[in-house]
Design a protein. Structure first.
Length: 376
């Protein structure tokens, strides 16, 4: 009689930026995914204020871990290992999560797993819903999900967030090569900065997506950057400058016309045109990758992956090349979260990439600039 393999449960923590995130995963299945958001705290600064973030993480971390376990109906004894983001991210923020994970590892004698935050975004499309209901195992659903998720390597991971815009070749789980990246602002950061120019608050990305639906994306033609550069790198600061000059010009025109500021339709058109400009640049470089590299699938992750237009554009391109496209099943897995850290943790646990000796644990330190593909 074949015994069904029960996957180990990983407790995962991410405090890389402004969200205190704790999750419990079983293999690729997300049991709970809790995010204590600090968005309201940082709104007044128009971005993340590191020392404020650290203090909030300190206050939130213990209750968030407790809440995650409670929601999952689990105790520490049920956990196989603890995984935590070690980098990249804000140093003061990372420290809080790492210290908590070390405390858990020591107190409860659990293996410790260091995780790269970008690897989390890369593997986020792998996440599966928890199909186990109170009535028992929903086998049919689980079977369907498993079938749908058979993967072919190499995969092109596209991470588009507030801090990163990366093309990463996933050769196999744990083997990555970053082949392209933004040399300045990240795509999400660029959208946030443009949104700020037209007073959309922080983060502006989701508002830009909504406003873009009501706007004319062809009213203002944003430049296409880096076309003369042969590599897969991107640059968004020129788009930001173009937007700044455009908004200044539009405001001057409005004043001449006797208006107080930009009318609503103009703001919608700026949003639609800016979004088109940012996504057109990503698509241009993505197409270059698809032309020149062996890619079997495209996986999209990161905060901006929540954008439906971006997903549509990438899905369409993948279809044109006859390859699969995947993105996380919920927006909660796009913005920063610990479920994706748990997914990576589960893969590392399977490969035995864990730390068990307290002496080795002491050596683990935050790595704010940890680049994907490099050893820690
Ligand atoms: P992350 O850095 O992964 O936490 O993602 C946050 C970034 O994603 C911010 O720059 C947001 O403005 C951006 N973002 C979130 N949702 C959307 C959306 N629907 N469209 C565009 N950008 C978004
Ligand atoms: Mg992130």
């Amino acid at each position: 009689m074949s015994k069904k393999k029960v996957e180990p449960i990983i407790l995962a923590i991410d405090t890389s930026c402004d969200d205190t995130a704790v999750s419990l995963v079983r293999g690729e299945i997300i049991l709970v995914n809790i995010v204590a958001s600090q968005v309201e705290l940082h709104k007044q600064y128009g971005g993340v204020f590191p020392t404020v973030a650290k203090q909030a993480h300190r206050e939130n971390i213990d209750p968030t871990v407790k809440l995650a376990l409670k929601r999952a109906g689990l105790k520490m004894k049920d956990i196989a290992a603890v995984a935590v983001t070690v980098g990249p991210g804000l140093a003061p923020s990372l420290e809080v999560g790492i210290n908590k994970a070390k405390d858990i590892a020591i107190e409860f004698k659990k293996p410790f797993i260091s995780v790269n935050h970008i690897e989390g975004h890369l593997l986020s499309p792998l996440a599966k819903r928890n199909t186990i209901t109170k009535n028992g195992d929903n086998k049919k659903k689980e079977k369907e999900v498993k079938k749908a998720l058979k993967t072919k390597f190499p995969i092109l991971g596209v991470v588009v967030s507030g801090g990163h815009t990366d093309f990463v070749l996933i050769k196999e789980y744990g083997k990555y090569e970053r082949i392209g990246f933004s040399i300045d602002d990240a795509a999400g950061e660029c959208l946030d900065k443009i949104g700020r120019m037209v007073y959309l608050g922080y983060p502006a990305g989701p508002v830009i997506e909504e406003f873009a639906k009501k706007g004319d994306e062809n009213r203002f033609k944003f430049p296409l950057p880096m076309t003369q550069v042969k590599d897969y790198n991107m640059s968004f600061s020129g788009l930001k400058t173009f937007a700044r000059n455009l908004v200044i010009k539009l405001k001057q025109e409005a004043i001449i016309e006797g208006k107080k500021g930009l009318d609503k339709q103009t703001v919608y058109d700026v949003c639609a045109s800016a979004q088109k400009g940012v996504f057109r640049h990503i698509l241009y470089k993505l197409e270059k990758v698809l032309e020149e590299e062996d890619v079997k699938e495209i996986w999209l992750g990161g905060g901006v992956a929540a954008n439906v237009t971006l997903r549509k554009i990438l899905r369409f391109k993948a279809n044109q090349y006859g390859i699969k496209f995947r993105a996380p099943y919920t927006n909660k897995l796009c913005s920063d979260n610990a479920a994706m850290i748990g997914l990576v943790g589960a893969k590392k646990f399977e490969r035995g990439e864990v730390i068990v000796k307290p002496g080795e644990l002491e050596k683990i330190d935050r790595n704010p600039r940890w680049r994907i593909g490099n050893l820690i």
